[in-house]
Write a protein that binds this ligand. Structure first.
Ligand code: 5AD
Ligand code: SF4
Ligand code: FES
Length: 365
């Protein structure tokens, strides 16, 4: 049995059945899976962990995803919008502390005002930081022209989670209002790639109605899309969302956590040279969740650098960590935490996706 499993891990072009076998592993086999993923990570992308200082600059969102705590329909929270100065200040924190990169994230707004604002902001941040930060943005679905303007203004990476790559599961997780279309999300990802963004996607793990076969297909979706980066984490209920009604059908949190680690490990085995983030949501379940993610294949962490007073209002899910902390707290905390893993922090480096670089070389770009 064991050598059969080892052969699967060592293989390539894994079939859906093989991916399911890896995702279903337990005991000795699971250990083997984690160890293999950790070795592959070290061999292909190295030991370093790269930072993306996360600025959650607004929780105003035009969408109504059924699982998300900041969905438009939730009236139980205060909406905020950082000023441009506050955002630049947060970026300067990352700059001064040698984080190398930042990630700008907010709810999804599609409007000319928003597009203009972000374009201006990107330029300001670039200027204030000597063009030295690698900027990731995660601002949802937008028109290609908007993606293009933001790319030209300085953003080099884009994170747009597919959330669930199965169209019918996607449909069950989103309202049927014409504004949550699976097809448009996939098109957006393709556009981002065409526009030369390092393109990232990801899914939630442990969702209602989700089966192991869905997760195996999520891995295959990412491989087929040939993505450069991935951020995926456990689904965690939020009391003020419609999906809370499905809580009784969910697997227990520790199992969602465990399955997320297996997803990270399997993705590392399948896509060896991409960047994989250890999602903050891991930490909502396990006190050393992100560290465990790093140990099984992740190489990116996103220290929160949002000004402290706003953090409590960016609750996508319950029990979100770091909401009582400052940028400085998270810096010290993470440094200590990563100290216990076998990882070095890639201070001052962009830590771009090697997969992206190879992809470009292959097409002579
Ligand atoms: N649990 C876990 N992750 C969530 N997200 C939104 N709501 C939840 C939740 N309840 C994730 C989505 C989204 C990202 C910003 O946060 O995957 O893309
Ligand atoms: Fe808005 Fe994103 Fe939450 Fe959906 S998941 S409601 S798009 S912030
Ligand atoms: Fe934010 Fe530990 S990383 S408090």
């Amino acid at each position: 049995m064991s050598s059969f499993f080892r052969d699967i891990i060592r293989g390539d072009n894994h079939t859906r059945e093989q991916i399911e076998t890896m995702l279903s592993s337990n005991g000795e086999e699971k250990k083997m899976l984690f160890k293999a993923a950790s070795e592959i990570k070290e061999r292909y992308v190295g030991k370093k962990v790269y930072y993306r200082g996360l600025i959650e600059f607004s929780n105003v969102c035009g969408k109504n995803c059924l699982y998300c705590g900041i969905r438009r329909g939730n009236r139980n929270l205060e909406r905020y919008n950082l000023t441009d100065d506050e955002i630049v200040e947060a970026a300067l924190f990352a700059y001064r502390n040698d984080y190398g990169s930042i990630a700008l994230q907010s709810g999804e707004i599609e409007s000319d005002t928003f597009a203009d604002r972000v374009e201006g902001l990107l330029k300001r941040v670039m200027e204030a930081t000597d063009n030295s930060l690698g900027i990731t943005i995660s601002l949802g679905e937008q028109e290609p022209a908007v993606y293009r303007r933001w790319r030209e203004a300085g953003a080099r990476r884009y994170l747009l989670r597919i959330e669930a790559s199965d169209p019918s599961l996607y449909k069950r997780l989103h309202p049927d209002d014409g504004h949550h279309l699976f097809k448009r999300r996939v098109e957006s990802l393709n556009t981002l790639k065409e526009l030369d963004y390092q393109t990232g996607t990801g899914v939630m793990i442990g969702l209602p109605w989700q089966k192991i076969s869905h997760l195996a297909n999520d891995i295959i979706f990412m491989r087929d899309m040939d993505i450069d980066m991935c951020g995926m984490g456990p689904y965690i209920e939020h009391a003020d969302t419609p999906l809370i009604d499905e809580t009784t059908s969910l697997m227990p949190l520790p199992d969602r956590f465990d399955l997320t680690l297996k997803m990270i490990a399997v993705l590392r085995i399948v896509m060896k040279d991409i960047n994989i983030a250890a999602a903050t949501a891991l930490q909502a379940i396990d006190p050393v969740g992100r560290e465990k993610g790093i140990m099984v294949g992740a190489n990116i962490v996103m220290p929160n650098i949002t000004p402290g007073k706003y953090r409590d209002s960016y609750k996508l899910y319950d029990n979100k960590p770091c909401t009582d902390d400052s940028a400085e707290d998270c810096k010290m905390c993470l440094e200590a935490r990563l100290g216990i893993t076998n990882a070095e922090i890639g201070y001052g480096e962009w830590g771009d996706s090697l997969h992206y670089k190879r992809r470009k070389e292959a097409i002579g770009g």
